[in-house]
Design a protein around this ligand. Structure first.
Ligand code: GAL
Length: 664
């Protein structure tokens, strides 16, 4: 057996935690639950997330009896709190007395209460009532020794990000005035000469409610920005009340995931004391596990490379997809350790005990309906034991040689109405590039447009549709300084006002890439085109010519036969079509080789990621394949406690974590 070591981060360990909706259970069960939490090694519990109607049963009448009791019980048992402000869902008395707090959707109709998050982000009444509640909660518990973290609201914007009521219209106008200063600037930015949309007064501007025809895309993108800012403003308001009375760190749970896109977390992240994400496998996607890795890398990017928290994931199935798949044996452990490999220092679950009533009855939990004689519970114990063995990893950081540029603004702008092809979706193109980098074994940072790229061997820009001059300049300077980039189609097309860049596509990157396209030529869904190399592609082609680039591949057939599809201009590669995975992988492999970007692992279903401490590095090898694999390594296998002297064997579906000696 090899010896245990202390984490570089001192006593920090990898935390195991969960949401506990104690309101759903009688106190007798709380006691059993807390005993089981101790057995499972749970040390952080999120409570009072949906507690509003419990702790403020009538307007201004607060009752903390049950919350006091559960907090006391958890504290006595050494369990710390991720304490919710309780404002996630308004109680019925509030929406009955003030229906104007309810959200209004794009067709101008109001949504009823009866679900959750039934509030409009710009409602002054909601804000006032929510802050009054936060004030009560923080005054009562702000100094409580059990409180480790403040959990503002819950997944802000999960359902209510875009609200189209009159309160939002007013707040949108204020936001626009601040952004543009005068109406002339707004009219120019939005191109309101088109379709007689010129505004003569601020009060003529509304949220982009549903119209009979296509709406103005610049108006839509500004409304997305405003809506993200409106919720961030709500976060700030709650955080400000908390900070007035408590010195405990404050955060909220992000939704860095495939089906939520309304918040630009690049602007949110700097305001969090710790970056936290919720992640659920999405079986509607081609490769849910690859999406998990992407989301984890993006969350690390949001955290600026620092360790982050996985605030929610599921032990097994969720209940909100059309088909809610159970996890295979070992999958929950594998998923959890993938998050750890990619920078998470806390692994928490939604939720502790499976609900018997309410809208989430069939969502998995650490304690399932069947009780503790279950795969779920045994899996939790196994995870807990494994995290215990990985304590020393806490505080260490991933170092990547490649980066992928990701932009919520491009997501909003590229996926709007009246684009060249509704089948070209921004996130699909991001995932396509990321997945092939992962298949090639590269560990990748996910960074914001405009971030410093020096230090990376290779940077990939998939479909970066909307890009400002200054963001484009960062890429140019990076390449001028010796960096290598791969840009994929639908990049650099518009500026930050959604104004097309003239002179040939891909506007902002035309000179860098040494190409120019005069026309897009999308393919119908289901159609495929073959390239001269034998690679195949779908969805997108361009009438492209090389100005200074070398042509690496052309269309072998169809109306664009002979036209360039893949080019290289020095260190800048361009992929002008949606290459099938093998072809895209091949281009990325060649670009990485040219860039000297050495993959960390073999890829092909074997995920290899390193975390680096001050004195040690930790090698994570995650085997997604059906066969045992061997990987060269030296050091201590923290999972088994055995020494690794040259060759690490990893069983199908298993994860190994090696403290490397010498440090890599
Ligand atoms: C999250 C949410 C939790 C729970 C969970 C179910 O979106 O924060 O409250 O609903 O999903 O997967």
């Amino acid at each position: 057996m090899c010896a245990r070591a202390h984490s570089d981060a001192g006593d920090i360990v990898i935390t195991l935690g969960c949401d506990y909706n104690y309101e759903q259970w009688p106190p007798e069960i709380w006691r059993d639950d807390v005993a089981l939490m101790r057995e499972a090694g749970v040390t952080l519990v999120a409570i009072n997330v949906f507690g509003w109607s419990d702790i403020e049963p009538r307007p201004g009448e607060y009752d903390f009896t049950r919350l006091d009791e559960i907090i006391g019980l958890l504290h006595e048992n050494g369990i710390r709190l991720n304490l919710g402000t309780g404002t996630a869902s308004p109680p019925p008395w509030l929406t009955r007395a003030h229906p104007e707090v309810l959200p209004t959707v794009a067709d101008g109709t109001r949504r009823y209460p009866g679900g959750r998050q039934a509030w409009c982000p710009s409602s002054p009444v909601f804000r006032a009532r929510a802050l009054a509640l936060v004030e009560q909660v923080v005054r009562r518990y702000g100094d409580h020794p059990a409180v480790a973290l403040w959990h503002v609201s819950n997944e802000l914007g999960c359902h209510n990000a875009l609200c189209y009521d009159e309160a939002s219209a007013g707040a949108f106008r204020v936001w626009l005035r601040e952004k543009y200063g005068d109406l002339a600037a707004l009219n120019t930015a939005w191109g309101t000469a088109f379709w007689s949309q010129r505004y003569g007064g601020w009060d003529e501007i509304d949220p982009p409610r549903l119209a009979l025809s296509t709406r103005n895309p610049a108006h839509l993108v500004d409304f997305q920005r405003f809506s993200s800012d409106a919720l961030l403003d709500h976060y700030r308001a709650e955080a400000e009340v908390l900070r007035r009375h408590s010195s405990v760190p404050v955060t909220t749970n992000f939704m860095v995931t495939a089906h939520i896109r309304n918040l630009d977390y690049w602007s949110w992240a700097p305001e969090m004391d710790v970056v936290a994400n919720d992640h659920y496998l999405d079986h509607r996607l081609g490769d849910p596990t690859a999406e998990l890795s992407f989301a984890a890398d993006l969350t690390r990017g949001l955290a600026g490379g620092r360790p982050w928290m996985l605030m929610e994931q599921a032990v097994g199935a969720v209940n909100w997809q059309p088909h809610n798949l159970a996890k295979d044996d070992g999958q929950m452990l594998r998923n959890s350790l993938t998050h750890v490999a990619r920078g998470a220092d806390s692994i928490c679950f939604f939720q502790w005990r499976a609900s018997v009533q309410g809208a989430e009855q069939f969502h998995s939990a650490m304690v399932p309906h069947a009780g503790t004689d279950s795969v779920a519970w045994r899996g939790v114990l196994e995870l807990s034991a494994t995290l215990g063995k990985l304590a020393e990893v806490a505080g260490s950081r991933v170092r990547a040689r490649t980066a992928l540029v990701f932009s919520w603004e491009s997501w909003w702008a590229a996926d709007t109405e009246a684009r060249p092809s509704q089948s070209v979706r921004y996130l699909d193109q991001v995932h396509a590039a990321y997945n092939e980098l992962r298949e090639l074994g590269h560990t990748c940072d996910v960074v914001a447009p405009g971030s410093d790229l020096t230090g990376y061997d290779l940077v990939v820009l998939p479909g970066l549709y909307m890009v400002s001059d200054s963001q484009a300049k960062v890429v140019e300077e990076y390449v001028a300084g010796g960096g290598h980039v791969v840009v994929t189609f639908n990049s650099g097309i518009v500026d930050e006002d959604d104004r097309v860049r003239l002179g040939g596509y891909p506007g902002a990157f035309r000179d860098l890439l040494g190409v120019s396209a005069e026309e897009f030529a999308p393919l119908l869904p289901g159609h495929e085109v073959t390239l001269t190399s034998g690679a195949t592609a779908t969805l997108w082609m361009e009438r492209l010519r090389a100005t200074s680039a070398t042509v690496l591949d052309t269309y072998a057939e169809g109306p664009l036969a002979g036209v360039p599809a893949v080019t290289r201009n020095g260190n800048a590669w361009y992929v002008a079509t949606a290459l099938a995975p093998a072809g895209l992988r091949d281009v990325l492999r060649r670009a990485a080789e040219a860039a000297g970007a050495v993959p960390e692992g073999p890829g092909r279903g074997v995920e290899v990621v390193r975390r680096h401490g001050d004195r040690r590095s930790y090698l994570f090898v995650i085997n997604h394949t059906n066969t045992e694999i061997e990987y060269a390594a030296h050091g201590c296998d923290l999972v088994t406690g055995g020494a690794v002297d040259g060759l690490l064997r990893v069983a199908p579906g298993a994860v190994r974590v090696v403290r490397e000696e010498p440090t890599r």
